[in-house]
Design a protein around this ligand. Sequence first.
Ligand SMILES: *Cc1c(COP(=O)(O)O)cnc(C)c1O
Ligand SMILES: [Zn+2]
Length: 405
Amino acid sequence: MGSIRSLKCRECGKEYEPQFRYVCEDCFGPLDVLYKDVSVSKHTFETREKTYWRYFELLPIADKGNVVSLNAGLTPLQNADSLGARLGLKNLFVKNDSVNPTFSFKDRPAGVAVSRAKETKLRAVGCASTGNLASATAAHAAKAGLPCYIFAPSDIEHVKIAQALSYGAEFVSVEGTYDDANRVASIVGDSKGIGVVNINMRPYYVEGSKTLAYEVAEQLGWQVPDSLIIPVGSGAMLNAICKGFEELHSLGLIGSVKDMKIIAAQPHGCAPVVDAFKRNSDEVIPVEKPETIAKSLAIGDPGDGIYVLKRLKQYNGIAEEANDSEIADSILLLAKTEGIFTEPAGGVSVAVLRKLVEEGKIQKDERVVCYVTGNGLKTTEAIIGLLPKLNAVKPDAAAVSAMIR
Ligand SMILES: *Cc1c(COP(=O)(O)O)cnc(C)c1O
Ligand SMILES: [Zn+2]
């Protein structure tokens, strides 16, 4: 049996039974999962399955029989010495989460939330999505045999819609922004009893993303990195990664985490958290009409934005942005140096890393982990204009041979 104890308000500390509830009834603060004391050691995990479910005791599922797994997680932590050499870094690692079953890190939070929905016997699941969460939720729902309802802005990449539909989801294409889709999903989800993974299942959902911290620590031999570059949409993943490292420290599996440097990366066309950070303000002013090629980060009113700002204060943090052309260049730089093809969200991480190294805000000896969270095959339109145009040739060996230098 797993070890979930309660849901605790992040603002006022009030604790609740772990039920279908996601905000505090006193202060409307978000709820986080608390666990009973668990006894685990580094060896507990070593011999287990090569998925994020290896950390079962630290995830909010009571009964293993309810786990809905597509075998996501334990993705490569690639020693990025080629990219590092180009940027002037000696200890750069890329956490390549683009190779999950549905090709983004969203298999982590979606898998945990769908498992919890199964455990609590909800009749259906769903999500509000900028694209990747749609497929992650739909695929896990398919495996669980649950109906799935997706709410997403109509302008997301076609591949992401086709993929989610293929898993059998009902897709509601909303004329508007992500924030519009999110608002509709929230109302419909509660009234129809749908477990909307990133809204009314959010306390469980975010627990999946903290495995991005567990795996990096384990893959570094239970060491804490110096700097972490994390792309920010709603900010849930950045918060979860911090929570993950804190939990490992309190379990005695890693040393102090207080010297970690947390870096939030956003696209220029939708950077409300970066703007607040640069104004030195605690208030995140929503972006009404996000405009960026990094559609998975196009969340104008980030749910966890203020908590990202708190984390940056707590962890020597920096927030920085990258524009569309820097993002596209960085997608190609990562592909050409490391053989990793990412979507624009990953390009944002790499572009921000590049900028901070140039500005001397990241030093060459630091152990840096750059989170690359989604796959480039879903978003080829973002870089197609930068690639050579091809002209077909006759299958004539002499003519083709003359073309090769
Ligand atoms: C959703 C998403 C993010 C942002 O995650 P948040 O938890 O919303 O901050 C980053 N990268 C990719 C590829 C995503 O799909
Ligand atoms: Zn509260």
